[in-house]
Design a protein around this ligand. Structure first.
Ligand code: AMP
Ligand code: MG
Length: 399
């Protein structure tokens, strides 16, 4: 058995972010930038008005009321071609370029227009209601950096930077293989000893949520032939994830089948609960992660190991969601395996975060994992703990 930290290091060793690809702006949602992005334009490109009104020379309206001759119009996309001279004003609208000669805008509500003239009734300093060129950003400014996850706001910013196609990391293709003679597709008619497989759909969803492209390649039965056939389906994937069959029972055929397929095994057992039988290796260069079959163990191990693998492949920093909370109940001393206890997490009115591990911690109790807000982390050989003591928790909501 190796420690969780060692297992994580070894799982991630040798994993590099995948190459970049180019996607159109709207498709970049949730994707990770593969390169820094510099603005191709300044925004705004010219000084523009932030109000509807008249572009003036501030010196002309130092004393008000000031009557100015209207020399023309500047609308958004249609600048005034001339120059505003002393005693003149140009009708201007929001977003329209400030004409040469003008240095401020008098708001419409502070003016009276009469025929070819306008009377400005409120004094305005230079620069008033003008957005200078480059107020937002200047051409060449690096505003989005490699590793950034694109969200709607950042997609808007990239568009404003005049970049229609974005370099993003390719999404990792993950083959998901379930194993077990008793496992059927959810919804299939079930014989008495059969159960719906929950690992495939849950892992696929976790992979999707972590930026990967899951492909459920199937459910292998516990025979060398069946496993060999489906392990071959991993061809072309960036990562193969297998659940079940990883213990040492007579029907645990996954390790021999992977060895037969040519996998170089790195390690097989991790000192944690749930989930001791965690397998890691490489099959012709493709990383393989063998998860325990028990659904809770599979998902806890996937959260701890698969998600970091996907984040590394996607060029993302590892998610560091650990926090501390007050224990809501007494806990016995721990043995040599690191425990991940399914727990509720509540914030008391005084602000303290309280984690209360559920009474039932069986690694087959999926309803408990689904109901949990967090995992309380109990290091190996942790002494008995009393309610009120501080513990490390891993909130599940962000994962
Ligand atoms: P195994 O690792 O194959 O010995 O499986 C351990 C336990 O997990 C057994 O009770 C299996 O029935 C169960 N199990 C294995 N795979 C799945 C799956 N895909 N969905 C739900 N339960 C599973
Ligand atoms: Mg099995």
């Amino acid at each position: 058995m190796i420690a969780v930290e060692t297992a994580l290091e070894r799982v991630l060793a040798g994993l590099r972010p995948l190459a970049g690809e180019s996607v159109a702006l709207p498709q970049a949602l949730g994707r990770v930038l593969a390169a820094d992005l510099a603005a191709r334009v300044s925004h705004p490109p010219l000084a523009v008005s932030s109000m509807d009104g008249w572009a003036v020379r501030a010196a002309d309206v130092a004393a008000v009321p000031a009557r100015l001759a209207v020399a023309g119009t500047s609308a958004a996309g249609h600048p005034f071609a001339g120059t505003v001279r002393t005693g003149q004003a140009v009708r201007i609208f929001t977003g329209a370029p400030l004409p040469d000669g003008a240095d401020a805008v008098a708001r419409q509500e502070d003016c009276r227009a009469e025929g070819g003239a306008v009377t400005v009734t409120v004094g305005i300093p230079p620069g008033k209601f003008v957005r200078p060129a480059g107020l937002d950003f200047a051409v060449g400014d690096v505003l989005l950096t490699a590793g950034t996850v694109m969200d709607p706001r950042r997609i808007g910013l990239a568009a404003a930077m005049n970049i229609p196609w974005l370099p993003v990391r390719r999404r990792p293709r993950v083959a998901v293989l379930s194993t077990g003679d008793e496992i059927r597709m959810p919804g299939e008619p079930l014989a008495p000893a059969q159960i719906p497989g929950s690992n495939g759909p849950a892992l696929a969803a976790l992979i999707e949520a972590s930026g990967g492209l899951p492909m459920i390649v199937g459910i292998a039965s516990d025979t060398a032939e069946s496993l060999a056939g489906l392990i071959a389906a991993a061809e072309g994937a960036d990562l193969l994830v297998i659940s079940g069959g990883a213990s040492v029972g007579d029907y645990d055929m996954v390790a021999p089948a992977l060895a037969e397929a040519g996998m170089a095994l790195d390690f097989w057992k991790v000192a944690m609960r749930p989930g001791k039988p965690l397998m890691c290796g490489r099959l012709r260069g493709t990383p393989v992660l063998g998860l325990p079959g028990n659904p809770v163990a599979a998902l806890v191990c996937a959260t701890l190991f698969l998600v970091p693998m996907l984040r590394t492949l996607a060029g993302l920093a590892l998610y560091d969601g650990d926090t501390t909370a007050i224990l809501g109940r007494d806990l016995p001393a721990n043995d040599d395996r690191q425990d991940y206890l399914r727990s509720s997490l509540e914030r008391r009115p005084d602000g303290t975060l309280v984690a209360t591990p559920f009474a039932k911690q069986d690694s087959a109790v999926l309803s408990g994992l689904a109901a949990a807000d967090a995992l309380v982390v109990r290091p190996p050989h942790a002494p008995a703990a009393k309610a009120g003591e501080s513990v490390t928790v891993l909130p599940l909501a962000g994962i």
